[in-house]
Design a protein around this ligand. Structure first.
Ligand code: SF4
Length: 455
């Protein structure tokens, strides 16, 4: 992808990566940071606070039981042998003491304490038997992007003038360059998750996140991390109930709140979930994590969870549909997914719809292709640009509209620059690389000058 290299040069010459990243106005929650840690977004090689090299050989699994957040992790210190144990992730270094981990026997096999905020004084991480646990500090500012965006006001920027004078064909090439660069970064990120968690789990985690949309991406990511695909497939007939139970959607024991046609389905989920509930209590997602308002009924997270359960049951045919690394075949697979309840319902409590609805609609499939499957095929060496370039854009969002307003203002060609997913992604990349890093109200942004020189 030569155009991606051109864009990478443009970023480098603008020294995008050397600037302070746009400060996150929202502090990510501990759960979000833990999910990013588990996904490998902070990397896997660190220096401990005492100067040792720390390599995460395996990130382990989200812990079901009492004790640290992740179990069965494997860590290597300096050049030593890999050590297996648990990892605790806290916001502050002092939490090891203030949360009583030092005297809690459940923390006896901890091998690493990860934290974000460092105090003025040193806190020692010792287990009950007085064994020292290495500490690693991670910095959320290095995260490539955040789960939700801060959007500055949509005023046309200084680059609007040079861009307006450029021929359309050249502008489309600039957007394509930025889109190819973004696609390569997505492929690299997915490759990283594949290395950390394996091919199927990586796909499962990313598709789950995509089914969560922006509003519930964190909740769906946590579900897929806490309930790995391999574990869910072993649950057989209990898979769907386990998903709904850990999501926290089976908490109300009163079946009377459900419509008559729904009771049978909920009862079945409930009966299958109940024997697992105590063992899984620790993994249950807090209700406040879900964003239920503002989502279209078709995209309600309960419907999306039904789609995820259907996908898990059909996983062998799903992976077969990927062998050709072909967007059309993957699209056909998702369009063919059926569920006797969720093809007809918006939520667990809703009345049946008048007619069948697609379990995963075309716009969501296009997003899954753009954000998961095509980057995944690219990570496995396929040439995907031609298919990627053709994906039509069916959705927009506030960040995209803001980027388009800043770069193109009232240019009548503006709709043309956002009509495919590739162009939208290119625009987002430029917006994040330049607009979100600019603290000078465009005055010192190098993008307009770079555009004048772009051939
Ligand atoms: S910050 Fe740069 S890229 Fe963004 S609108 Fe201003 S000049 Fe354009």
């Amino acid at each position: 992808m030569l155009l991606a290299d051109r864009y990478a040069e443009l970023r480098d010459s603008a020294r995008v990566h050397e600037r302070a990243l746009f400060p996150l106005q929202r502090t990510p929650s501990e759960l979000e940071l833990q999910a990013r840690w588990f996904a490998g977004d902070f990397g896997r090689r660190f220096h401990s606070v005492s100067g040792d090299d720390v390599e995460i050989v395996q990130f382990g699994t989200w812990n079901h039981a009492a004790g640290p957040d992740f179990s069965d992790a494997v860590v290597r210190l300096n050049t030593g042998d890999p050590i297996r144990g648990t990892i605790e992730f806290d916001l502050a270094d002092r939490s090891w003491e203030t949360h009583g981990h030092a005297t809690n026997p459940a923390f006896e096999d901890a091998i690493l304490h990860v934290f974000v905020h460092q105090s003025n004084r040193a806190f020692f991480t010792r287990t009950k038997s007085n064994r020292n646990v290495p500490q690693v500090r991670v910095d959320p500012k290095i995260l490539p992007d955040s789960f939700s965006a801060n959007v500055p006001p949509a005023r046309p920027g200084r680059c609007q003038a040079p861009l307006r004078d450029l021929p359309e064909e050249r502008l489309c090439r600039i957007l394509a360059a930025a889109a190819q660069f973004r696609l390569q970064r997505k492929a690299a990120r997915i490759k990283n998750i594949v290395e950390n968690h394996g091919r199927d789990e990586a796909l499962f985690q990313e598709i789950s996140a995509a089914l969560g949309y922006k509003e519930n991406k964190l909740a769906f990511t946590l579900l897929a991390q806490r309930l790995p695909l391999g574990f869910l497939r072993e649950q057989g007939d209990d898979t769907e109930a386990t998903l709904f139970g850990v999501a926290g959607f089976l908490e109300a024991p009163d079946l009377c709140i459900y419509a008559r046609e729904t009771r049978g389905y909920v009862r079945k989920l409930w009966d299958r979930w109940w024997p697992h509930r105590d063992a899984m209590q620790r993994l249950l997602l807090p209700a406040k994590l879900w964003r239920l308002s503002g989502t279209r009924p078709l995209n309600h997270p309960q419907r999306r969870l039904g789609a995820l359960a259907t996908l898990i049951n059909a996983w062998p045919s799903f992976t077969r549909s990927l062998t050709k690394k072909n967007a059309k075949t993957a699209q056909g697979f998702f369009l063919g997914l059926r569920h006797p309840f969720w093809n007809l319902h918006y939520t667990l409590a809703s009345e049946p719809a008048a007619r069948q609805m697609a379990l995963v609609g075309e716009s969501r499939i296009a997003e899954i292709l753009a954000n998961v499957l095509l980057p995944f095929f690219l990570a496995e060496g396929a040439d995907v640009w031609a298919a990627y370039e053709k994906l039509p854009a069916r959705l927009s969002n506030r960040r995209l509209e803001t980027g388009a307003a800043r770069l193109f203002g009232g240019d009548p060609r503006r709709p043309h620059f956002t009509k495919t997913i590739a162009r939208q992604q290119g625009l987002l990349q430029i917006y994040e690389d330049f607009c979100l890093q600019d603290n000078s109200d465009c005055a010192q942004c190098p993008f307009p000058e770079q555009m004048r020189k772009w051939k």
